[in-house]
Design a protein around this ligand. Structure first.
Ligand SMILES: [Zn+2]
Length: 570
């Protein structure tokens, strides 16, 4: 990272972040249960649009159809070895049982991972697993032939979770993955009870689930604050507007943060070199990121040519959040960590970006940043937001769990990241970090290529060459005249489109991967599974691996060519 450029940024503007404004937005948004495609979500959209107008900004409101699923109710009756009724919830995209429920035997399978099934026959049975419901668990249970899945929360009450693996609105290529299984979750004590009776004898359950899955018309506001020098280029920042229940810390605080950033950029006469687009995604919680995915599809060309980076804002300003985490693509890590540490005085832990939230821009290759606060590890519940609070995705996520001071802090960090990307003359991106990551992953995967089928040494050499070239270019940042700066920034944008899709996606640029976590270079990393497979499946995988190897090879060649051409122009 080029520190001089960061130091030159005018961060005085951060003092203008207003606690009163932030809390006014949170208060209003928390008066609505913002379930996707409902009147209360539309009201939240109207509120965002009216505030933007107040700030002299027009919002473009995108309207589109999305497949939305709302959980209605669920119940579990134990009918053998005793009679007992348990409270339960169901999840978006679970099938609805017939009115009279479905009866089946219950089997306990630890965390519901593939290896937990061993050779257990679960055909037609209901699988009981520890931990929150997840798309991966539901898909595995369905593939194994189970009829139902019951999840045990780590907390007193279960968390609302969506269980489809399809990212965004289903397409003709993915609709076969719409879940065909009944899924419910129970609190910890109900789960412990089920495990206990299972240890003694066979357990029969009657499971009831009811969901409402249908196409809904969604409205999604996105505002643009125009830049002055490179107006067509833009930084994208956004967070989901829909929520579970009143969703104070997930994500009314994030919506307030985005509104306050919009106000400051528009009203406080901030000079912007590049434009900033601010999004309030819908269809996140009940449509598996339908809004951000729609935006990628419909604005593909503009995003592809002009989007500098995406900043995801989910669950800032929760109580007790004294730890900072950074899920970020490698090229953005250094400057984002530097800013977050400088502004908060906290240590910032670097993490691999997770396949959650509205990270719908990986196929495009847009550099992505998610810098967020959490409670310390020993105080964190097993949850995916709300700063690690047990109230996440429950009716208890209300305004008392918002810390106004931390919300100011987190808004300042996000605004600083926006300003660094929008105003730095040379973009604060360091792609030698990406080359380094390619190198490390390839070196690790070599251990699994015992027969040398993939010639990973050749890929490693390409990685070394790319890293060396990028380090050379990073050394000459300071001697740039304006014409050369443009050439360099354009190289950054193109590099991200070349390197990130291969580093982060399996399906490539135009499709979205399923909503399950994948390792870096997911295509090639499948080599790790090779030894566990029978001969037939191993040969299928080898075919894929050879193609994925070619993909990585072309990716590195294209990147090397681009950097060499850029160096020639310097
Ligand atoms: Zn969230």
């Amino acid at each position: 990272m080029n520190k001089e450029f960061i130091e030159a940024l005018d961060l005085n503007i951060l003092k203008n972040v207003s606690k009163e404004n932030l809390m006014e937005h949170v208060k209003y948004l928390c008066s609505l249960q913002r379930i996707s495609g409902t009147e209360e979500e539309y009201k939240a959209v109207d509120y965002i649009v009216s505030k933007l107008k107040e700030y002299d900004l027009d919002a473009k409101v995108y309207e589109f159809d999305a497949l939305i699923s709302r959980p209605l109710n669920a119940k579990i009756d134990v009918i053998h070895p005793e009679l007992k009724t348990l409270n339960a919830i169901t999840h978006p995209f679970s099938l609805s049982t017939p009115k009279e429920g479905i009866i089946s035997e219950l089997v306990y399978l630890k965390h519901g991972k593939i290896e937990d099934y061993n050779s257990m026959d679960v055909e037609g049975k209901i699988v009981l697993t520890d931990g929150n419901a997840s798309p991966e668990k539901a898909w595995i249970a369905q593939q194994m032939g189970a009829t139902g899945l019951v999840n045990i929360s780590n907390e007193k009450i279960p968390h609302e979770m969506i269980i489809t693996t399809i990212w965004g609105t289903p397409s003709i290529k993915t609709c076969h993955r719409i879940p065909k299984i009944y899924v419910a979750s129970v609190g910890k004590s109900e789960g412990e009870y089920l495990k206990e009776i299972l240890m003694k004898e066979k357990v029969l359950l009657k499971l009831y689930t009811k969901t409402d899955t249908k196409w809904c018309r969604l409205r999604m506001p996105i505002a643009t604050v125009e830049g002055t020098i490179e107006k067509e280029k833009f930084v994208l920042i956004g967070g989901h507007l829909d929520s579970w229940y009143y969703g104070a810390t997930d994500n009314a605080t994030g919506n307030a943060c985005c509104l306050e950033i919009a106000r400051i950029l528009s009203q406080e006469k901030v000079r912007l070199r590049r434009s900033v687009k601010i999004a309030w995604w819908v269809g996140h919680s009940q449509g598996r990121y339908a809004g951000s995915t729609y935006y990628v599809d419909i604005e593909w060309e503009d995003l592809n040519k002009n989007c500098i980076a995406y900043i995801n804002v989910d669950s800032p300003g929760s109580k007790d959040t004294t730890v900072y985490l950074l899920e970020s693509m490698p090229e953005t890590m250094d400057f984002a960590e530097y800013l977050a540490r400088k502004l908060t005085g906290l240590n910032v832990e670097r993490l691999k970006p997770g396949r959650w939230g509205d990270q719908s821009f990986w196929g495009l290759g847009v550099p992505s940043i998610d810098c967020y606060s959490m409670a310390p590890e020993d105080k964190r519940a097993n949850v995916g937001g709300s700063g690690g609070g047990w109230w996440w995705h429950t009716p208890y996520d209300t305004i008392e769990y918002v810390d106004p001071e931390f919300l100011v802090r987190d808004t300042q960090v996000n605004l600083a990241i926006v300003l660094a990307l929008a105003n730095s003359t040379v973009l604060p991106l360091k792609f030698s970090r990406s080359a380094e990551l390619y190198l490390n992953i390839i070196a690790e995967l070599k251990k699994y290529d015992r027969k040398g089928i993939l010639n990973l040494n050749a890929l490693e050499n390409k990685g070394i060459k790319l890293k060396t070239l990028l380090e050379k270019i990073e050394k000459i940042y300071d001697q740039m005249n304006s014409e050369k700066v443009n050439i360099l920034n354009s190289m950054f944008l193109q590099l991200s489109r070349i390197l990130n899709p291969t580093l982060f996606t399996f399906k490539g640029r135009y499709e979205q991967d399923y909503a399950v976590d994948e390792p870096y270079i997911p295509g090639l990393s499948k080599i790790i599974e090779l030894e566990k497979l029978d001969e037939n499946n191993a040969l299928f995988l080898i075919t894929t691996l050879i193609r994925e190897r070619n993909r990585v090879s072309d990716t590195l060649d294209d990147a090397i060519k681009l950097v060499e051409e850029t160096l020639d122009k310097m």
